[in-house]
Design a protein around this ligand. Structure first.
Ligand SMILES: Nc1ncnc2c1ncn2[C@@H]1O[C@H](COP(=O)(O)OP(=O)(O)O)[C@@H](O)[C@H]1O
Ligand SMILES: [Mg+2]
Length: 349
């Protein structure tokens, strides 16, 4: 409490109830801070989150057009002062704030990092929504190879050992034909050959996915880039913090648990994700609960409002507010705040 602004300490000393009005200052300010805006009350105090808290992930939710991307663009600039920023730019909207744009599918292939051939199973499971028998058969086939480039040949020449495998092999080949169709856009890379120039301190790099027309390709590009950044951080090929802005996060994984697992696993790697979605219900609880800072813009669907309200433990007055927030407003929760607080998102730098 001693860290509260003077005006708050003063009001408290006069026995004024200031519970609803204030936030606690971040307790670990030394590593830098980002100002999100000012409190939407007469005190108009700056609302500050620590960079350390962003490294434990941030969620931005709101209906289409509620201003998520506009806020994320501003965060991209602010966070680049504290490390490298990479945007998984689903619609190519960050060209104006990025220092560099990598146009995937036009100038650059989708680089897929593969350390072990079996890595490909979990990647394709997610991207192509494989059924358990399909994943099982793919694992069986991949165990026999050290080179995933020959995956399709290997599968074609595989002789089914049981009746169920005949149908599964056929359906798997159908799903994997996607790899033949778009093979020219893909490049498999061992982790040591990854392009670590993706990360550049003080810079914001947009990985522009807008020219990939197929959902599966976009997913493959997002998950591959996330894996590449994780490998780069694990091997300490880049020395510093990395902030990754993930647009359309509900589209990234067909099952929310993959993103939730990723969020939990990269916490120790000096990597913070800014997860953006219009649909908290589709993203899932576990992924949401793995984010430390939550910025809620206006939401229309009752299901989405209920999901986020449950995840933030909102009281009923805040709950009804969620469908009526203005473009520059958000309900923000962060470890530095004593409770979710209404914030005017303004350009304080
Ligand atoms: N202060 C503002 N008030 C109203 N509309 C705005 C404001 N600032 C930007 N816009 C416009 O609103 C639109 C939606 O914003 P955007 O950030 O893309 O929303 P989202 O990412 O949530 O779909 C954009 O075209 C943006 O230019
Ligand atoms: Mg947007």
């Amino acid at each position: 409490m001693r860290d509260s602004p003077f005006i708050v300490r003063f009001l408290r000393s006069c026995n004024v109830d200031v519970r609803e009005l204030v936030y606690e200052r971040p307790h670990h300010l030394s590593e830098g801070t980002v100002v999100l805006g000012i409190t939407k009350n007469f005190l108009r105090l700056p609302v500050v989150v620590s960079v350390d808290d962003v490294l434990r992930h941030c969620l931005i939710v709101g209906s289409t057009g509620s201003g998520k991307t506009s806020l994320a663009k501003r965060l991209a600039r602010l966070l680049s002062r504290h490390g490298a920023v990479v945007v998984l730019d689903w619609y190519g909207e960050y060209c104006d704030v990025a220092d560099r744009v990598i146009r995937i599918g036009r100038e650059e292939p989708v680089e897929i990092p593969v350390e072990d051939p079996l890595d490909v199973v979990s990647l394709l499971e997610e991207v192509l929504e494989l059924t358990p028998p399909q994943s099982y058969l793919l694992t069986k086939v991949l165990r026999k190879t050290s080179n995933v480039e020959f995956l399709l040949d290997l599968l074609e020449s595989y002789v089914p050992e049981a009746r169920w495998e005949i149908e599964t092999k056929a359906s798997l080949l159908r799903k994997l034909s996607f790899l033949v169709r778009y093979g020219k856009l893909l490049r498999i890379a061992p982790p040591e050959k990854l392009n670590s120039t993706l990360l550049s301190r003080g810079n914001c790099v947009s990985v522009d996915l807008s020219s990939l027309r197929v959902l599966e390709l976009k997913r493959l590009a997002v998950l591959s880039t996330l894996n590449s950044i994780r490998y780069i951080q694990e091997r300490k090929l880049f020395d510093g913090r990395v902030f990754v802005i993930v647009e359309e996060a509900h589209n990234v994984a067909s099952r929310g648990d993959l993103l939730a697992r990723y969020l939990a696993e990269v916490r120790k790697l000096n990597m913070g994700l800014i997860v953006i979605t219009q649909s908290p219900a589709a993203l899932g609880f576990e992924a949401m609960n793995n984010t430390n800072i939550k910025v809620v813009k206006t939401l229309r669907s009752a299901e989405d409002i209920q999901t986020i309200a449950r995840s933030m433990n909102l009281s009923s007055d805040r709950y009804s507010l969620l469908s009526r927030l203005g473009f520059d407003e958000a309900l923000v929760d962060a470890p530095s705040l004593s409770e979710p607080i209404l914030v005017e998102l303004s350009e304080i730098t």
